[in-house]
Structure formats: structure tokens, C-alpha cells
Design a protein around this ligand. Structure first.
Ligand SMILES: Nc1ncnc2c1ncn2[C@@H]1O[C@H](COP(=O)(O)OP(=O)(O)O)[C@@H](O)[C@H]1O
Ligand SMILES: [Mg+2]
Length: 355
């Protein structure tokens, strides 16, 4: 059992190049997590200081690894994001820049065949609603499905799937909850909402990496077929870092008619295109709302991506989310479930063509 104070003492024996003080006293380690047999944190420095801090990262990593009982150490060195770079995050140069300072690449999660991202340009468009119902619809096809709520700014899976309680740790891995036949993990189960508010890019991506690679999604004998990842909304640096570090096999973009009008869906697609993640389709949600309908289909055509279809504004969809029982599960023969079954069929056909 690794002790947090011991970890801090080890880190504090290493001087911070900027101040000469111990790393902990200087406040260098951000988001220090210590658990059973592992420890990790982020060093976030101005872009022109990353070289100076590389030896610090290496020293910290070596010192922590030398602690008795320590099985895994993850120290991520990352550059603070300059506001200018944030704005330009979709330009090729900015992507290159982000790649150059990209944190440790994430391994593929063990025993997971395909990873599918659900993304949107804005929050509140139904990304999580689509994530849980699409996951449930994929599971109804007989697939083994997991769902990872990576939305650090508004984790909603605990509510939408009726989950609570921290996951168990067994042999150094987190055991996902099971809800409605889905293996589920949420950043909301690992942290208090108030913590999540202050998380920034590197923290968000570290949390995602941990949930992705340190969760027992499947076993050798029974691998997960598809892991659905509910990404944080937006098309900025946080999302870029996440999708660069995550081994994604495809993305589905959710947008409302209004969001289509604002070109947010286009930006989301561009973000995936930059990192060569195929957009498997666009779903127009809350169709027929005050913002009309049909914009999604036209936009998908312009972007040359498949249009998966629309979802009406439907009280049952909202109530299902509030009650922790996705509509696809609560009303499996209904019209909404039928739509998700079609989305699932098309997504599965692309991700797992041979079944
Ligand atoms: N088609 C829909 N009809 C009615 N309510 C919806 C629909 N899609 C989403 N909602 C509701 O809208 C709110 C935001 O949806 P959510 O899935 O949490 O969005 P996001 O994850 O994009 O922030 C939730 O209260 C959800 O229940
Ligand atoms: Mg959400």
C-alpha cells in the first residue's frame, strides 16, 4: 500500500529548477493520484520550459518507481496552452504543435476490440443521451459493450445509468459497474463534481487515460466488442489532446439543428479528420425543435459523412435519462428504440464488419 505522504516526501527531495525548492513545496505536481500500488501526476509548464523539466520528470519517475511496492508510475509533462494556440487548434500547424508536446501516448485498453467516440461541438445537445442509448442498442445486438463517461465537465452517466459508488480495485485494476448489461465507468464516480470543475486539459486527459487503460473492460476469454466513449463537448485543445491520446476507431457526431447552423458539427468533424479518426456518422438530435429539422442531413452530405438519422424531441428520452433507465432498455419496442437499433446496425457494420 503506497502512502501519499511518502510519495510527496520522495518528490520533495527533487529540486524544482525554477525555484530551487522541493517539487511539492514548489507546487509542481498537479493532480497527484496515489492508489494502492501506483502513483501519477502532471507537470504543466510554459511551452518554452518543457526541455528544462524533462529531467525533472525523469527523476521523479525513477524515484517513485524505486519505492517499495510501487507497480506503476505515470508522470506526464505537458505545456500550458497559450490562448493563441487554443484559438488556432484546428490548423495543421497547431495540430503538429500539439502532437509535439503530446503527453505519453495511451496504450490500447486491454481486451477491447473497438473504441467509438461520441462527440459534439457543444454541451447539452444530447451527446450523453445518445451515448447510453446507442451503447444499449449495440448490446441488444448481442455485442459486449462498455461505456466510458469522459466528460470531465459534466459527467452524466451516473444519473443516466443509475450508478453510484466508487469502483472497486482488484489486482490494480478498476472494476467497472454493470448497468443494463453495459460495463460502465464514469469520471463522475472517481471524483467530486467540484474537483471536475477545475480540471484542465492535462488533467482531463490523464483521467481519461486512467479510466481507459486501468479498467477491466473485458477478459481474454470475453473481450469487450465496443467501448463507447462519451467525450467532453467542444472542439478545442482538451478534445484534441484526448482524441490524440485515445486509440479511437471511429466517431459519431451528435448535433442539434441549431448546432448545425452554427457550424459546430463541422468543427467536430474537422477535429477527427485532423487525427485520421473516421467519422462514422452524424445524428441530428432534438429534430423538429424551434430550430427545424433536416439541417443535419444536408450538412452530413456537404461533409461527405454518413447521415445516421434524426431523433425527435421526446419526453421519454429525457425521462429515461433522469430515471437511470435508457429508453432503449425501458421501451425496447418503441419508436425511439427502433431508431437506435438502426444507428447501432450501421455503426456495428463499419466497426465490426465480420461480427
Ligand atoms: N431527443 C431528446 N428529447 C428530449 N430530451 C432530450 C433529447 N436529447 C437529450 N435530451 C435531454 O437534454 C438534456 C441534455 O442532454 P445530454 O444527453 O445530457 O446532453 P450532452 O451530453 O450533450 O450535454 C438532458 O436532460 C436530456 O435528457
Ligand atoms: Mg453529457
Amino acid at each position: 500500500m503506497i502512502d501519499r505522504a511518502a510519495v510527496e516526501a520522495v518528490l520533495n527531495a527533487i529540486p524544482d529548477p525554477a525555484t530551487g525548492r522541493g517539487l511539492v513545496d514548489a507546487g509542481v505536481p498537479k493532480g497527484l493520484t496515489v492508489s494502492e500500488d501506483r502513483a501519477g501526476f502532471v507537470i504543466e509548464v510554459p511551452a518554452d520550459r518543457t526541455a528544462a523539466y524533462a529531467p525533472v520528470r525523469d527523476a521523479a519517475e525513477a524515484a517513485l518507481k524505486a519505492m517499495p511496492g510501487m507497480a506503476r508510475v505515470s508522470v506526464i509533462l505537458t505545456a500550458e496552452t497559450a490562448p493563441a494556440a487554443r484559438k488556432a487548434s484546428l490548423s495543421p500547424a497547431a495540430v503538429e504543435q500539439t502532437r509535439a508536446r503530446a503527453p505519453v501516448p495511451t496504450d490500447r485498453p486491454a481486451h477491447v476490440r473497438r473504441v467509438l467516440a461520441i462527440a459534439s461541438g457543444k454541451g447539452g445537445v444530447g451527446k450523453s443521451t445518445v451515448s447510453v442509448n446507442l451503447a444499449a442498442a449495440l448490446a441488444r445486438r448481442g455485442l459486449r459493450v462498455g461505456i466510458l463517461d469522459a466528460d470531465v465537465h459534466g459527467p452524466s452517466l451516473p444519473t443516466m445509468l443509475g450508478l453510484s459508488g466508487k469502483p472497486d480495485y482488484v489486482d490494480g485494476a478498476m472494476v467497472p459497474h454493470t448497468a443494463h448489461g453495459l460495463k460502465a465507468m464514469s469520471v463522475g464516480l472517481l471524483t467530486q463534481a467540484s474537483d471536475a470543475m477545475v480540471w484542465r486539459g492535462p488533467m482531463a486527459s490523464q483521467a481519461l487515460t486512467q479510466m481507459l487503460t486501468q479498467t477491466r473492460w473485458g477478459t481474454e476469454a470475453e473481450p469487450l466488442d465496443i467501448l463507447v466513449v462519451d467525450l467532453p463537448p467542444g472542439t478545442g485543445d482538451v478534445q484534441l489532446t484526448l482524441i490524440q491520446k485515445t486509440p479511437l476507431d471511429g466517431a459519431v457526431i451528435v448535433s442539434t439543428p441549431q448546432e448545425v447552423a452554427l457550424a459546430d458539427a463541422r468543427r467536430a468533424h474537422a477535429l477527427f479528420a485532423k487525427v485520421n479518426v473516421p467519422t462514422l456518422g452524424l445524428i441530428e438530435n432534438m429534430s423538429g425543435d424551434v430550430f427545424g429539422r433536416g439541417g443535419g442531413e444536408a450538412e452530413a452530405g456537404r461533409l461527405s459523412i454518413p447521415y445516421l438519422g434524426d431523433l425527435p424531441l421526446d419526453a421519454a428520452l429525457r425521462q429515461g435519462g433522469d430515471a437511470g433507465v435508457p429508453v432503449v432498455v425501458g421501451d425496447p419496442d418503441g419508436e425511439i428504440a427502433a431508431r437506435f437499433a438502426r444507428f447501432a446496425e450501421r455503426v456495428a457494420a463499419v466497426l465490426l464488419p465480420t461480427g
